[in-house]
Design a protein around this ligand. Structure first.
Ligand SMILES: [Fe+2]
Length: 342
């Protein structure tokens, strides 16, 4: 966290809300740099210190980039060009395909895939940034449940293009603060059908990508839109995107509310298990998504307080906690739970 970063060396670039490098990795964070970060509302950065060294030796957890920054920026740019209407969708598709394939390659090389949520999601509320985040989340989730590279490529493209139909919806409605009228909500719902039609009629992409655009707001219990179909009628890829879409939307700043901590968002996703979302996929998502960052203070169900010291790649929701009685690895202590995170 920022107050503890003073005087320490950055081990990752710090990126601002426009995707520019604010401070490059390798720099030492002297007080003036720390105040610059605070001014940009950046709450946490990756630094090298004794604590990270200790944890590194104890358990494996990746500090390096989950996705190459350039790949992400290229994808965001391609999508932005399309969504603002500067370039035709078909012209940008090749760029997007290359970017998605790169992410698939990068993520599938990892043996221990954990989602460092603070890294993959940004501060901006732009649709294209959200879409790139959904794409990365979906690729990672797809890989952890054992989908093939070809399948996760489709998921990645689907994540990128799931809200494509929004470019034909009035921005005043999309960015409206406060509740939508019945008619406005009806218009927003249309983005699913518009996106599907665009992808089917204007591109040669695999129909499953279009299906993601159509079905990503359907609920397992049939209460979603546009059709209100139930779980088994919703394509599994669409069910994956549904989880990643909601999760990233909750943890990203929007025009009308600030972002929610990852732990709170995960509670909402878990509460929607078997109702809004596919329960088995929610379980898989919980294991891969890191909601307890290293250094986070926690209270355990036995009353002990501690600090998250490391993560288990088999289940990120059960970290290793340093307490005054030594390290407790929750992965091997099913009787213990984290009841509070501070
Ligand atoms: Fe959507």
């Amino acid at each position: 966290l920022l107050p503890n970063a003073n005087g320490k060396r950055l081990i990752r670039d710090v990126i601002d809300r426009h995707g520019r490098v604010l401070i490059a990795a390798g720099n030492v964070l002297w007080p003036e740099l720390v105040s610059l970060l605070a001014k940009h509302k950046i709450a946490a950065v990756w630094v090298k210190d004794d604590e990270t060294e200790k944890v590194n030796n104890h358990e494996i957890w990746a500090v390096d980039d989950l996705v190459d920054e350039q790949t992400r920026l290229t994808l965001m740019d391609g999508l932005q060009q399309t969504l603002v209407g500067n370039k035709k969708l078909t012209e940008q598709l090749e760029v997007m395909k290359v970017g998605v394939l790169q992410i698939v390659e990068e993520l599938s090389r990892r043996q221990d895939l954990l989602l460092y949520l603070n890294d993959i999601r940004g501060v901006s509320n732009y649709l294209y940034k959200h879409s790139v985040n959904v794409s990365i989340l979906a690729i990672a989730l797809g890989l952890t449940i054992g989908l093939t590279k070809d399948e996760v490529y489709l998921l990645g493209m689907g994540g990128l293009l799931h809200d494509l139909g929004k470019m034909r919806i009035d921005p005043a409605i999309l960015d409206k603060r406060g509740p939508l009228t019945v008619d406005e909500f009806k218009q927003v719902k249309e983005h699913t059908i518009i996106g599907y039609n665009m992808l089917r009629l204007e591109t040669q992409l695999d129909p499953r990508i279009a299906l993601i655009a159509l079905q990503h707001h359907e609920y397992s219990n049939g209460m979603g839109y546009p059709w209100g179909i139930v779980k088994n009628d919703i394509h599994p890829f669409s069910r994956i995107i549904a989880i990643c879409d909601v999760f990233d939307a909750l943890t990203t700043d929007r025009a009308y509310r600030s972002r929610m901590p990852a732990r709170a968002a995960m509670k909402i996703i878990t509460a929607g298990s078997d109702q809004q979302f596919d329960g088995e996929l929610v379980e898989a998502f919980r294991k891969v998504a890191v909601i307890y960052n290293i250094g986070c203070r926690v209270k355990l169900s036995n009353g002990l307080y501690g600090e998250v010291a490391g993560l288990n790649s088999a289940d990120a929701s059960r970290p290793i906690v340093a307490t005054k009685f030594g390290l407790i690895n929750l992965f091997y202590k099913p009787e213990l739970d984290i009841v509070e995170a501070i």
